[in-house]
Design a protein around this ligand. Structure first.
Ligand code: ADP
Ligand code: MG
Length: 282
């Protein structure tokens, strides 16, 4: 297994630093819709931050700006203290960015190539980024390690996406993201399409991966029941603006903003324990 990077409480540079991010879209009639307005947060090495809010609050726009799929109007994103230039274009810049921050989407059907088996999918990602050499192992060793890390067995390794269950497809999408050894994994509603027991298994898996690899998570979800179990910090968004930001346990125990209280009241599974649910489903 991979050795987790050394972590100390005094580690100064956050692995991800987001400052005053803003994004607007043109509306018919010449006005503009502010999708994201003045969002700032940091994630420490190996940390996990949740971004929650109702549909349309700007969560996906933040996630897409982090991975470079959407260009911010203004604001800054830095990874390990290095500013990411929104102007850095071209294949080389895209590859360099992808190596640092990877994204997992809600629907892996859309993001996985239907023609490739799980093994081929991981091989493609590894070749694109030339990662096994950097770790001193062979491509096949790294593929086996990744499959093992996300709990996919020999049968699944040779299956194509349509031959996998929803949970298995999401495991593959996570393995592919991990193939490039990113510093940060952005998950946008990554368990929203899954049954509750499968959700629990994926959340458990993410906790294990975080502990084993030290990858930092930005976990985007409309569902506070899900966010509470995988994040240290939570940023609550409403209409593009951050309304509350703090330690997840504190935000949920004593929400300061009425909007957060309303979100919490809408959670049907407030006492839900994914570890217990995952164990029960096994
Ligand atoms: P969430 O993920 O929280 O549901 P989004 O970030 O997807 O929110 O959307 C925030 C707002 O920005 C919404 O009002 C949405 O309609 C708008 N929006 C998102 N993407 C675009 C786009 N490409 N063009 C125009 N408006 C957009
Ligand atoms: Mg969204």
């Amino acid at each position: 297994m991979t050795t987790p990077p050394a972590q100390t409480a005094s580690d100064p540079a956050p692995v991800l630093s987001v400052t005053n991010l803003r994004k607007t879209y043109p509306l018919p009639g010449g006005t503009r819709l502010t999708a994201v307005d003045d969002v700032s947060f940091t994630v420490p090495r190996g940390g996990s931050t949740g971004i929650v809010g109702e549909s349309g609050s700007g969560k996906t726009t933040v996630a897409r700006m982090l991975v470079g799929l959407v260009r911010p109007d203004s604001g800054a994103i830095a990874v390990a203290g290095q500013a990411r230039s929104a102007r850095a274009r071209g294949a080389a810049a895209r590859l360099a960015r992808a190596r640092e921050i990877q994204m997992v989407f809600q629907d892996p059907y859309v993001s996985l190539d239907p023609r490739l088996t799980a093994r081929q999918c991981l091989r493609t990602a590894l070749r694109l980024h030339r990662r096994p050499e950097a770790r001193g192992c062979t491509e096949e060793e790294r593929i086996a390690e990744l499959l093992d890390q996300v709990g996919l067995g020999a049968r699944e390794a040779d299956a194509r996406p349509h031959g996998l269950s929803g949970g298995q497809r999401q495991r593959l999408a996570i393995a592919r993201a991990l193939a490039v050894d990113p510093r940060v994994l952005v998950l946008d509603e990554a368990v929203a399409a899954l049954d509750v027991s499968i959700q629990a298994q994926i959340l458990q898996l993410l906790a294990e991966i975080r502990a084993a690899t030290g990858v930092a998570l930005v976990f985007v979800s409309h569902d506070l029941a899900v966010v509470r179990h995988v994040t240290d910090d939570t940023l609550v968004m409403r209409r593009g603006q951050p309304v509350e930001h703090g330690r997840t346990a504190e935000v949920l125990a004593a929400p300061a903003h009425p909007y957060t209280r309303a979100l919490l009241a809408a959670v049907p599974r407030a006492g839900w324990d994914p570890a217990a649910a995952a164990a029960a489903a096994r």
